[in-house]
Write a protein that binds this ligand. Structure first.
Ligand code: SAH
Length: 413
């Protein structure tokens, strides 16, 4: 009997120890009463001003539970001492572990498979698009069996091992190397090194976009090495390009130029202010053995003031002129001037592809800006296509801020 009792107590103790081990005390933030509304709409950000109380030992990158003012669980996310203080990972009470990342990454990859983006003639795909894939702070781009991770939060940066396993589990034999390029996007406090986190390949690495070869260099290039977000818009340019003369400004590695040449453009000029970008363009032209192409290193804004020749088609794809709301007005003036110059000088019957990737300038403001430019010039201008980011850059219905790329195709008489 005594032995039984001792045994019983022993088991209970073990039970308690195990219980404590699998349920460690969670770090928490508690919100003010009147700061719940956006989370009730499942918006995935908690701003710092919404937080009333926080666990004392809370530090950047921690997984944190978000509680309402009555201490009810609302969500779990990554904490960072910044304007966006918590990026929500789940509105369910779940562990942010391997299983979580496996589930999210598998779901993201399945969407891209449904979109038929892994094909014999295409293997450049955005695999994970932050909030659009339920993984705020994480971008993963994929180039012919290589995944390039870009973390925008410390929580994601600290989770890289889980992300790597998640990618390997979802992609299986379709991935041979994974590179982490987060030094520009994660807090400088962590001293992040850009490096292979699994396998390695030589760069530049050749990948395919709609049948065109591109040298991709995530080590030395901008962002993850390539602007995948213009894939469908470049394909659309291809439909207009046959027999045309084209000026592609802000060309980076020449994406629009190459798709135009592949589709029979008569002559393409690619322009960028970065000599490095122009080198990438020239290398891509050589890689595809295209002719009828010339590169120009110049400031596009200056160059467009007075074009030395006329073109049938002009592409304007500038970098974000405004990264914050307070720069919006100045950015609008910049877009207006740039577009007015292109509208003024394009050939009669010309086609203008014009874009903005500034998140703070929405579709309507961009359209109004282009209309203002048309009115200023006074030519007949018709909007014939309205463009946006592609399906592998999805926008969560609960996070409309995820929409950033917009474009118009104008027919100018
Ligand atoms: N259209 C490209 C992506 C453009 S990214 C593609 O399809 O891949 C923006 C590019 O604009 C970068 O290459 C950058 O070097 C270039 N750039 C930035 N400011 C510029 C300026 N004032 N004049 C010309 N190019 C500029």
């Amino acid at each position: 009997m005594i032995l039984f009792l001792i045994n019983y107590l022993f088991n209970c103790t073990i039970g308690i120890v195990i219980f404590v081990e699998i349920l460690p005390v969670k770090k928490q933030v508690q919100l003010y009463k009147n700061k719940l509304e956006s989370l009730q709409r499942k918006h995935p950000w908690v701003f710092s001003g919404a937080i009333d109380l926080a666990s004392e030992d809370l530090k950047d990158g921690d997984v944190v539970e978000v509680l309402d003012y009555k201490s009810n669980f609302i969500a779990v996310g990554h904490f960072q001492n910044a304007t966006i203080a918590v990026r929500i990972l789940s509105f369910e009470r779940e562990e942010i572990n391997q299983q979580f990342f496996d589930k999210k990454i598998k779901n993201a990859v399945e969407l891209r498979r449904k979109l038929n983006l892994f094909r014999a003639d295409n293997n450049t795909v955005r695999l994970v698009h932050g909030e659009g894939d339920g993984l705020p702070g994480l971008i993963v781009d994929y180039y012919n069996k290589v995944a390039v991770i870009q973390c925008h939060s410390l929580g994601m940066y600290n989770s890289v091992e889980l992300i790597v396993e998640g990618l390997k589990n979802a992609l299986k034999e379709d991935v041979v190397a994974i590179y982490n390029k987060s030094s520009d996007t994660v807090s400088s406090k962590v001293n992040a090194n850009d490096q292979y986190v699994w396998g390695s390949v030589e760069t530049p690495h050749v990948a395919l976009e709609n049948g065109v070869k591109f040298n991709i260099d995530w080590v030395n290039g901008q962002k993850t090495g390539f602007f995948i977000d213009q894939r469908e818009n470049r394909a659309l340019l291809g439909k207009y390009a046959n027999g045309k003369t084209i000026l592609n400004t802000f060309c980076y590695s020449g994406g629009f130029s190459l798709l135009a040449l592949k589709n029979g453009a008569e002559l393409v000029h690619s322009l960028d202010s970065s000599a490095k970008a122009i080198q990438l363009t020239d290398d891509n032209i050589a890689l595809n053995q295209f002719e009828n192409h010339q590169s120009i290193v110049a400031d596009a804004v200056d160059y467009l003031k007075e074009l030395p020749e006329q073109y049938d088609i002009i592409v304007l794809d500038p970098p974000a002129f405004a990264k914050h709301r307070d720069k919006r007005h100045k950015a609008v003036q910049g877009y207006k001037r740039l577009n007015a110059n292109a509208i003024r000088q394009i050939k009669p019957g010309g086609i203008l592809f014009t874009f903005s990737c500034s998140q703070v300038i929405d579709k309507q403001l961009f359209t109004n800006t282009i209309i203002a430019a048309a009115i200023e010039v006074g030519r007949s201008v018709r909007i014939i296509e309205q463009l946006h980011q592609p399906a592998d850059h999805p926008i969560s219905a609960y996070h409309p801020e995820g929409e950033y790329l917009k474009g118009l195709v104008l027919a100018i008489d």
